[in-house]
Design a protein around this ligand. Structure first.
Ligand code: AHN
Ligand code: ZN
Length: 333
């Protein structure tokens, strides 16, 4: 059974959010995951094998809908597909209709797609990614493409695909804890450089901002959250992201140590990354969260916000490194 939250009232979408994300990051729950001990032994429970072919297929399937841009038929159709897959894997589905206002005043009918696995369990972990794709290729080498939409094979679809494959695995063997998966909408509708409006600074991650203000369940709790963003690029590197280190340093240690022991140390490098304004910043107001995101210290992947963010640049090996690591973590809670 799917729960739909109330449809939007247009006026409710006019809101002023005072949001300085660097401050949020500094003030967010610092010690919440300090009990996730760095030195905890890994590998007591063998996690199921993550199937990277399956995850790759979920990327192709998302791209087959076209651009997943809010207020378009392709976006709506993709949302139905994602909700139905998560339901098929045994998730209890809530589609949160979120009316949010974009940088240019456009009211977006956004949808956060939420799946609860073993909803009766009190002890829970939250996994999340964004499922929308960016309307602007504003980092494309050709300036003529800057107002064209991107397919978002890596930026969006890769994280969702890894979570769909994890959901499929959960159905065959249940971890001890309950898992929630949230696919956030309207992450990538942030203000482009060519916009005339003054930059409010909070125009990214609109779906997760909405959820942080109005979670689908007001009493929602989870031990911690893990965001997957751009987890399918060839030879990607995931340094320890700055906001994650502030919000949940123990969890960062646990995930990066597990990855190294599983043989994925070339991906999960022991380096300090930048501070990324992403869904984990806003989710972090409720649940201490980290971001696994490809970043080379200066830039995201070369195809980031370009027309080249396509399936040709997706590498199954990276999907596996991330998927297997996250499976290991959740099966050892
Ligand atoms: C900004 O570019 C402001 N934040 C990175 C978050 C992002 C964009 N993730 C994917 N696309
Ligand atoms: Zn993006």
């Amino acid at each position: 059974m799917t729960k739909y939250s109330l449809l939007c009232k247009p006026l409710a979408a006019i809101h002023a959010i005072v949001c300085v994300w660097a401050i949020v990051a500094l003030s967010a729950c610092r010690q919440a995951t300090s009990s996730q001990a760095v030195s905890a032994p890994v590998s007591e429970v063998e996690a199921p094998r993550f199937n990277a072919d399956s995850a790759y297929h979920y990327i192709e399937k998302q791209l087959s809908f076209g651009y997943r841009i809010p207020n378009t038929p392709a976006h709506r159709a993709a949302s139905e597909y994602l909700a139905s897959e998560l339901r098929r894997f045994g998730g209890e589905i809530t589609v949160q209709e979120a009316c949010v206002t974009a940088y240019d005043g456009t009211v977006l009918n956004a949808r956060n797609i939420i799946a609860a696995f073993s909803p009766e369990k009190k002890d829970r972990v939250l996994l999340f990614a964004h499922w929308d794709s960016r309307p602007y290729a504003d980092n494309d080498p050709d300036v003529k493409n800057h107002r064209k939409p991107i397919l978002g094979a890596n930026d969006g679809a890769s994280g969702v695909a890894v979570l769909l494959e994890i959901a499929r695995q959960i159905q065959t063997k249940s971890p001890r804890i309950g898992i929630d998966i949230i696919l956030f909408d309207a992450e990538d509708y942030g203000q482009p450089y060519f916009a005339e409006q003054p930059d409010r600074g909070d125009t990214w991650a609109l779906g997760s901002q909405y959820w942080a203000r109005r979670p689908h369940n007001p009493a929602y709790r989870a031990r911690y959250g893990i965001l997957l963003d751009m987890v399918g690029g060839k030879n990607s590197r995931f340094p320890r992201e700055g906001v994650s280190m502030q919000q949940a340093p123990g969890l960062v240690d646990k995930v990066w140590n597990a990855a190294r022991k599983l043989g994925y140390g070339d991906y999960f490098v022991d380096e300090q990354g930048g501070y990324i304004n992403d869904d984990h910043v806003y989710v972090g107001r409720r649940v201490p969260s980290i971001d696994i995101i490809a970043y080379d210290g200066q830039e995201f992947v070369p195809q980031w916000h370009t027309l080249d963010d396509t399936i040709e640049h997706i590498d199954r090996a990276t999907l596996e490194a991330v998927g297997q690591t996250v499976l290991h973590i959740i099966y050892n809670e």
